[in-house]
Design a protein around this ligand. Structure first.
Ligand code: PBG
Length: 331
């Protein structure tokens, strides 16, 4: 062998065996990183599959006990509840969002009874409740900002009163974090946290979620006048800065996998607890390929979630949460 003809520095040495790889691993996924989004509906003993999300179901409140048992047993720290509102309870202004007996509130009270330690995150936006499927109120065909804020504040206080721990505004109206923080404080909910969907993009990847909620077919037009343009990155930092200044305790980037660059910039710039949402369309892509045998199930789930940790996330909202927790436990 000719001296100096071969490399002295060999990055492969640190990959030589499993124990060395474990020692040098920079990031690790744990059950503490997982937030499980669930779809909850009215009625009794109902479980209906979401066609575009293989393996995901809408469940009625009475079945939550069994539905959440494994997540709780595995130590998943929190769930995010999404309500299905039947068409006859939807209207132009999303009145049902302020009903103390709506599905979201009933689910929250039930879960707090049976699993008091499980964190509950509630989405705040009007799209589950409006007949037009938009996240705010519409005037002359435009989703108006300031009047929408009043409705969003009422929705937030209603959810906090039912026992929600973390309010997660996903509506992208300007000034909502400030308005909601003040509203919560005035109602005495000073310790209820706000996880803001701070950089939320107008994305095609929400399609299966809208199918799950039944708001996809209702949606008139698109959400480009309030959700962000996928072309933008600096704008995400301005959005996040505003939400932090207005009182957000945690910030979120959404969607997830196509926006890992945004997560990294947000984490580096603000050092805030940073979350990402691996959204329904991402789940559909992966679950669809897994179902066909094109991707290995376990490795796909774990690698896709580890990527979020590497990008700078403290936690991930993922429909794979329970399966990931199961895999992590078995490791
Ligand atoms: C509601 C909301 C949406 C999602 C979370 N909250 C849809 C939307 O903005 O149209 C999407 C989640 C997913 O796709 O999994 N504002």
């Amino acid at each position: 062998m000719i001296q100096g003809a071969y490399p002295n520095t060999r990055p492969r040495r640190n990959r030589f065996d499993a124990f060395t790889r474990r020692l040098v691993a920079e990031h690790r996924l744990s059950v503490d990183d997982l937030i499980w989004p669930i779809f909850v509906c009215d009625g009794e003993n109902i479980r209906t599959p979401v066609d575009s999300m293989p393996g995901i179901e809408r469940v009625s409140v009475d079945l939550l006990d069994a539905h959440l048992a494994e997540a709780v047993a595995l130590g998943v720290p929190a769930i995010a509840i999404f309500p299905i509102t039947p068409i006859d309870k939807r209207d132009e202004t999303g009145t049902e969002s302020a009903n103390p007996d709506n599905v979201m509130c009933r689910a929250t009270r039930r879960i707090k009874e049976i699993y008091p330690e499980l964190g509950i995150i509630a989405d705040v936006a009007l799209d589950p409740y409006t007949s037009h499927g938009h996240d705010g109120l519409i005037e002359n065909g435009y989703v108006v900002n300031d009047r929408s804020l009043e409705v969003l504040v009422r929705q937030s206080v209603n959810q906090a009163a039912a026992g929600v721990d973390i309010i997660a505004p996903s509506d992208m109206m300007d000034g909502r974090i400030d308005a909601i923080r003040k509203g919560l404080d005035a109602a005495g909910f000073v310790d209820v946290r706000i996880m803001s969907y701070a950089a939320k993009y107008a994305s095609v990847f929400y399609g299966p979620f809208r199918d799950a909620l039944g708001s996809g077919g209702l949606l008139c037009g698109d959400k480009k006048t309030y959700q962000m343009d996928p072309a933008n990155s600096d704008e995400a930092l301005r959005e996040v800065a505003l939400d932090i200044a207005e009182g957000a305790d945690m910030v979120m980037v959404k969607p997830g996998m196509p926006y890992l660059d945004i997560i990294r910039r947000v984490r580096d710039t603000f050092s805030m607890p940073t979350f990402a949402y691996q959204v329904s369309g991402e789940y559909a892509m992966l679950a669809g390929a897994i179902e066909r045998g094109w991707l290995d199930r376990d490795r796909t789930i774990l690698e896709s979630l580890l990527a979020f940790k590497r990008a700078g996330c403290n936690g991930i909202l993922t429909y794979f949460a329970v399966e990931a927790a199961r895999l992590l436990k078995a490791q």
